[in-house]
Design a protein around this ligand. Structure first.
Ligand SMILES: CC(C)(COP(=O)(O)OP(=O)(O)OC[C@H]1O[C@@H](n2cnc3c(N)ncnc32)[C@H](O)[C@@H]1OP(=O)(O)O)[C@@H](O)C(=O)NCCC(=O)NCCS
Length: 190
């Protein structure tokens, strides 16, 4: 049976950045939390791929009393040279919050931390995929400014389709053109 939902968070949760010294203590709980709800089963190597290289882009929400895992976000940040110009792209690979703690802004706080960390490292954009039927995830990301860039038909093993969402972090050429046009309007009205 699912544990009861909490109507209020017990106290301020602790938000911490992952580090390798925490692997034994938290990796089993991270795997359990993520594999519980996501449609794709990931092997331990997938977790290590992300955590060994980009542990600094993984954040955990912990219960302040017993330090148990309440939520986690796992990301990566890579240069895509095939793009013109080259793009430093952040990617949110996994996000999960323990069921009883949902609806209290825990995922929002984790995503904000990941966005800040990738912005500080000069990312041009952040992308992710989420199932089109995942209303809480779509709502949370769109509220944070992510936009739908593509529909991916039958993207998941379960046959469900996904949306690719993108959060641009830098002004694009189009923005610059709009700014110029606005400058012109400004001049014309002076
Ligand atoms: C998606 C998930 C991470 C959200 O975690 P959370 O801590 O509850 O998220 P938040 O409280 O920060 O925000 C969730 C938003 O969805 C809304 N929401 C929550 N449950 C909802 C539901 N069943 N239907 C519609 N909206 C819902 C919340 O009200 C909130 O939006 P609002 O602030 O505009 O009201 C969590 O549901 C989860 O772990 N799901 C399973 C794993 C998963 O789907 N991960 C995402 C893969 S991309």
């Amino acid at each position: 049976m699912e544990p009861a939902r909490v109507t209020e968070l017990p106290a301020e949760l602790k938000y911490i950045q992952y580090q390798h010294s925490l692997e034994t203590q938290y990796l089993p709980a991270i795997r359990a939390l993520i594999s519980k709800d996501l449609s794709e089963p990931y092997s331990i190597y997938v977790y290590r791929y992300f955590l060994y290289q980009w542990g600094h882009l993984c954040f955990m929400a912990l219960d302040p009393i017993d330090s148990s895992l309440v939520g986690v976000i796992i990301c990566k940040l890579e240069m895509h040279k095939s793009h013109s110009p080259s793009t430093l792209r952040g990617y949110i690979a996994m996000l999960a919050v323990s069921a009883p703690y949902r609806g209290h802004g825990v995922a929002t706080a984790l995503v904000r931390r990941a966005i800040d960390a990738m912005t500080q490292r000069n990312a041009d954009e952040i992308v992710l995929e989420t199932e089109e039927t995942n209303v809480p995830a779509m709502r949370l990301y769109e509220r944070l400014g992510f936009i739908r860039s593509k529909k991916l038909h039958r993207y998941y093993l379960n046959g469900n389709s996904a949306y690719r969402l993108v959060l641009p972090l830098k002004p694009t050429d189009e923005d610059a053109a709009t700014d110029l046009a606005l400058d012109d309007t400004d001049l014309a009205t002076r």
